[in-house]
Design a protein around this ligand. Sequence first.
Ligand SMILES: NC(=O)c1ccc[n+]([C@@H]2O[C@H](COP(=O)([O-])OP(=O)(O)OC[C@H]3O[C@@H](n4cnc5c(N)ncnc54)[C@H](O)[C@@H]3O)[C@@H](O)[C@H]2O)c1
Length: 365
Amino acid sequence: MSIINKAAAIGGGVIGAGWVARLLLNGIDVSIFDPDPEASRKVSEVMKGARRAYKQMVPGGLPVEGRLTFAKTIAEAVADADFIQESVPERLDLKHKVLAEIDTHSPANAIVGSSTSGIKPTDMQVAMKKHPERLVVGHPFNPVYLLPLVEIVGGEQTFPEAIEVAKEIYASIGMKPVVIRKEIEAFVGDRLLEAAWREALWLIKDGICTVEELDDIMRYGFGLRWAQMGMFQVYRVAGGEAGMRHFMAQFGPCLQWPWTKLMDVPEFNDELVDLIATQSDDQAHGLSIRELERIRDDNLVAIMDALSKQNKGKGWGAGALHKDYTKQLAKLAAKKPLASKAGEKAKALKPVKKAEKKKTGKKKG
Ligand SMILES: NC(=O)c1ccc[n+]([C@@H]2O[C@H](COP(=O)([O-])OP(=O)(O)OC[C@H]3O[C@@H](n4cnc5c(N)ncnc54)[C@H](O)[C@@H]3O)[C@@H](O)[C@H]2O)c1
């Protein structure tokens, strides 16, 4: 059950709107600030898609949605929020400006999560002159309302307690928080994705395969394995009865062979962009982005639903969490709206009090 009374979303693009959808569908009121005059329309498009997906997840009826208000300033959006998620474009100067405003105008004990894909929290929290200790990176994956993973990263000034509260907050809205042990650029998820993306760009640029063929190689092959077991457990099984040690012995030497171009970056020019974009247009066969989003969402719900029935009905991996989350939503839906709000208020966020905490100079591992 959620421990957030009132949330604020700063930035309502692809990711910000995804956060708004997850929060509202959990019955949490959200105040949003986004200077884009089209923001309201864009957020409502994402909400439509999210509602559609959640109806499949909880066929018995969804919880009463939280109320969404569009604020005119950051100050207004964060004034009474106990959880704030920043999702503005990936530019350090802009993150600084926005985080400084959030810090000035929000309650001191509100947790501030940043959706950044790769900027270190230490580099962002320098702009927060009052309470930098409550900033964490809460890096989600698109679509935020469906994919449960959130990477949590603390900076040098982040209190371990802020990381603990952030974990509770994200878990309370059905997510899987994973705390990254050391602060590095791009964290873990985007390190892996960028490595794969570099290789993919080389493979297309060098004419080895097309965009569509590359995607087929993933989705008919190892992509299916990754969704249910990840990388290492899959390789353990691939080692046969001798397991991981045999796998390492067999494939370790390949690391020295020319199997990757990882550290070479293909030149990012118009020619490469045209090549990829044109092949991607062909691959889409005229389907719009919104149509592709619906197909993606239906598939993701179906995959998590299938995994929720595995492991003798206990669910496996993301499926086990999905099972709990859909149960939690159904339970919330069964409550009367007033009772539900009162229940949430009673579980108000524990404040992160500076006086009680010791600055460690390190984030919690
Ligand atoms: N797109 C992804 O797949 C993805 C995944 C995970 C994390 N992220 C991260 O999330 C963040 C947002 O990315 P996105 O893809 O949603 O970008 P986006 O361009 O879709 O949205 C950014 C939004 O921020 C708004 N904005 C600009 N200046 C603002 C300000 N001063 N105050 C409030 N809002 C402002 C813009 O109007 C826009 O609506 C970035 O840090 C990005 O790295 C993106």
